[in-house]
Design a protein around this ligand. Structure first.
Ligand code: COA
Length: 168
């Protein structure tokens, strides 16, 4: 089924939050307790937070089907302190739509609007094997490891990955 990628607008806010909620439940099922997931998604993907993600960064959505429904999104931010560096703040594709090239297409499309970008960085939980495999397959290399306290009492080992740009 064809996938269409476009810039998110404020009417997409509930759909983006729903993708985060559903994808977290799958990807972080063994890493983050459900109650903590629910609390974090509610805060990090609140209306105001998502408007900020759109205004201060790039937020693209992927939609598919008839009528079109959101199946994924990507959120990138330029690092104002490091010229040319761009960070992946979030990239999520619904579990039932994984491995169809949507994540790669979202990243490529977002970067197409940032021709000045020279380095792309991301953080991924060490226990998120699918996320690590995705970045590895897209040419990222591990550049560091940290401990990320996502919530009180929930600290996750996190892998920092990076790759140079342009993509090709
Ligand atoms: C990571 C994610 C965005 C990838 O999206 P996607 O649309 O499935 O990615 P693509 O189809 O473009 O995958 C490209 C390649 O990445 C690798 N890959 C992606 N997901 C994988 C998985 N779960 N397991 C193993 N390899 C995977 C594969 O090599 C794949 O190519 P192939 O299918 O031809 O073998 C998606 O799986 C997701 O939302 N995961 C949960 C959240 C997450 O981990 N986000 C990133 C870290 S914050």
């Amino acid at each position: 089924m064809p996938v269409h990628i476009r810039a998110a607008d404020p009417t997409d806010i509930p759909g983006v939050r729903d993708i985060a909620r559903r994808t977290w439940a799958f990807a972080y099922r063994d890493l983050i307790p459900p109650g903590v997931q629910s609390d974090l998604v509610s805060r990090w993907y609140a209306d105001e937070a998502l408007r900020g993600r759109m205004e201060r960064g790039v937020l693209l959505v992927a939609e598919s089907g008839t009528p079109p429904a959101l199946v994924g999104f990507v959120n990138l931010f330029r690092n104002n302190r490091v010229p040319g560096e761009v960070a992946v703040a979030a990239i999520y594709v619904l579990p039932e739509h994984e491995r169809r090239g949507i994540g790669t297409a979202l990243l490529r499309e977002a970067l197409a609007g940032m021709p000045e970008a020279r380095r792309l960085v991301a953080s991924v939980e060490r226990g998120n094997a699918g996320g690590l495999a995705f970045y590895n397959s897209r040419g990222f290399e591990v550049v560091g490891e940290t401990m990320d306290e996502v919530a009180e009492g929930v600290t996750l080992p996190t892998v920092e990955v990076a790759r140079s740009l342009p993509w090709d």
